[in-house]
Design a binder for this molecule. Structure first.
Ligand code: PBG
Length: 327
C-alpha cells in the first residue's frame, strides 16, 4: 500500500494524542455561576437543575471554600431578593442581596474573584430586564438603573460587573458612572451577544425571573442571526467593554467562532441552565455518559474560540482537568 500520509500515526497512544492537542484547557478560565437568596438559611436545591442550589450566606461561604479548594477562583453571582417592585429597587439597594453577599465573600475570601450579573429581571415584579413604559421595556430609563446597580455592586467590593439585560448603550452608561466614581480599573464583561433562548428556562425557575407577560424578544437577539451578534459585539467594544460574552454556548459555537475572529478582546461563552439540565436529565436516565459529555461540551466551546467558560459544571471540570481527563 503506497500511502505516505496516515493521520492515524499521531493517534496511536494517549501520550502522543496529548502532545498534539490543539485545544488546551485551564481551570483559570472557568467561572461558576451561583445563586444567593435573601433571608435563606442553608441552601435549597433548584428543582429544574439537580445539583445546583440557592444559597443562604452560611452555605454560600462553604461553597466558596470548596470552589477555591478545587481551583475554581471566579464566580458569577445572581441575587434572589425578598422584595420586588416595578422599578427593581432591590437591585441597587446598598443593603440588597448581592451587595451583602459580595461584602461577605470578600471579607472571608478576598482571593475569590467576584463577578456580578447586572440585570433587573430578578428584581422587577413583572420579571422584565428593565423599566416598563406600557408593555414595552424602555431602554433609556433602564440605563440609569443599570448603572446605579453596577456601581452599588462595585462599591460592595465586586471585582467585575457583567450586564446581561441587552439594553442598547448600557456598557457606555455603566463605564461612565464607574469612572465618575473613580472605579476606572473595574472591568466590564458584557453579555454582548445574548440570544432570546429557551435554554434559559431552568434559570428562570431558579431565580424566579420569568417575565409575567410576553417574552424578551424585543431586547435579546433572534437566534436566526449572526451578523447582528457581531454588531452587538462591536458596539460594546467601542463602548469600552473588556470581555465579550456569547450566550448560550452549545448551540452557538458558530457565533463564538465568528465573534472570536472579529473582536480583539477575550471572549467568554456561557453554558446556560438548559444545557446543564439536559445533561443531568439524560445522564440520570442512562442515555449518555454524563462526565464525558461535560468534557466534550467544554472542549468544543474552547475549540470554537472561547477563552473563558461559564458553566454550572465548573467544579466537576476542575476535577476532570486535575485527573487529566481533559487537558
Ligand atoms: C438575567 C440572566 C439570565 C441568565 C443570565 N442572566 C436569564 C434571562 O435572560 O432570562 C440565564 C442564565 C442561564 O440560563 O443559566 N437576565
Amino acid at each position: 500500500m503506497d500511502m505516505q500520509k496516515r493521520p492515524r500515526r499521531i493517534r496511536g497512544n494517549e501520550t502522543v494524542r496529548r502532545m498534539v492537542r490543539e485545544t488546551r484547557v485551564d481551570k483559570a478560565s472557568l467561572i461558576y455561576p451561583m445563586f444567593v437568596m435573601e433571608g435563606l438559611q442553608g441552601k435549597e436545591e433548584i428543582s429544574a437543575m439537580p445539583g445546583q442550589y440557592r444559597y443562604g450566606m452560611d452555605s454560600m461561604n462553604r461553597k466558596i471554600e470548596t470552589l477555591l479548594n478545587k481551583g475554581v477562583s471566579s464566580i458569577m453571582l445572581f441575587g434572589i431578593p425578598q422584595h420586588k417592585d416595578a422599578c427593581g429597587s432591590s437591585a441597587y439597594d446598598s443593603q440588597g442581596i448581592i451587595q451583602q453577599a459580595v461584602a461577605e465573600i470578600k471579607s472571608h475570601f478576598p482571593e475569590m474573584y467576584v463577578i456580578t450579573d447586572v440585570c433587573m429581571c430578578e428584581y422587577t415584579s413583572h420579571g422584565h430586564c428593565g423599566m416598563l413604559k406600557g408593555d414595552y421595556v424602555d431602554n433609556d430609563t433602564t440605563l440609569e438603573l443599570l448603572a446605579k446597580t453596577a456601581l452599588s455592586h462595585v462599591e460592595a467590593g465586586a471585582d467585575m460587573v457583567a450586564p446581561s439585560d441587552m439594553m442598547d448603550g448600557r456598557i457606555a452608561g455603566i463605564r461612565n458612572v464607574l469612572d465618575a466614581h473613580g472605579y476606572v480599573e473595574t472591568p466590564i464583561m458584557s453579555y454582548a451577544v445574548k440570544y432570546a433562548s429557551s435554554f434559559y428556562g431552568p434559570f428562570r425557575e431558579a431565580a424566579g425571573s420569568a417575565p409575567s407577560f410576553g417574552d424578551r424578544k424585543s431586547y435579546q437577539m433572534d437566534f436566526h442571526n449572526v451578523k447582528e451578534g457581531l454588531k452587538e459585539a462591536q458596539l460594546d467594544v467601542e463602548e469600552g467593554a473588556d470581555i465579550i460574552m456569547v450566550k448560550p454556548a452549545l448551540s452557538y459555537l458558530d457565533v463564538i467562532h465568528r465573534v472570536s475572529e472579529e473582536v480583539n478582546l477575550p471572549v467568554a461563552a456561557y453554558s446556560v441552565s438548559g444545557e446543564y439540565s439536559m445533561v443531568k436529565a439524560a445522564g440520570k436516565l442512562g442515555y449518555i455518559d454524563e462526565e464525558k459529555i461535560i468534557c466534550e461540551m467544554a472542549v468544543s466551546t474552547y475549540r470554537a474560540g472561547a477563552d473563558i467558560y461559564l458553566t454550572y459544571f465548573a467544579e466537576e471540570l476542575a476535577g476532570f482537568m486535575d485527573e487529566g481527563r481533559i487537558g
